[in-house]
Write a protein of this length. Sequence first.
Length: 201
Amino acid sequence: MIELSSPLDSDTNVVFLIDGSLGVSSVDFRRQKEFVKSLWNHFAISSDGPRASAVVYGYKGTTIADFRDPKFNKLLDNATLPGTPRRMDNALGHAARILSSTRGGSKKIVVLLTTGKSQPSARSFGLAVKPLVDIGAQIYIVAVGTKTDNQDLVSAVERPYDLFPVKMSKELLFESSKIARQIRDRICKLMHCAVESRKFF
């Protein structure tokens, strides 16, 4: 028997940060979008599930689907690649502004995808995540490929296992259900969700 946490409820707001920076190919960008759609499908498995916002970032973040948009997958499909230098600090700041507008007691989740390092001029992760930490947001990072600095990325998350390395972008979709389950389990553990048992054969 495998125990899975209960689905995330309607009081949960999730912001996905998708890496569209310089050096990200159109194929890798598409794979990130497919991964986010798959991850979201695992999160929102009921009509009263959580709400999502999607942001594409390079030098700055651009919201392509906010909490009020019902056509999340279509908006993701239509998102374009900015191809500007990577500034994860700016993307995290953008997520903080989005989540600061949500209800104070709601669960706030950020899932950051990255395929490389930030520009040298970027703020440290300690400074970049502070606005998110201050509003009680949980941060999870999916590091794709071999050009990421995972030691640096660990400083942006509360626990080292909130960082999910994926060797190649073509493995993202395959890894999505496992990563979604692990994130849901960690959220529910922190938020004291009920746990339901489901039998798999």
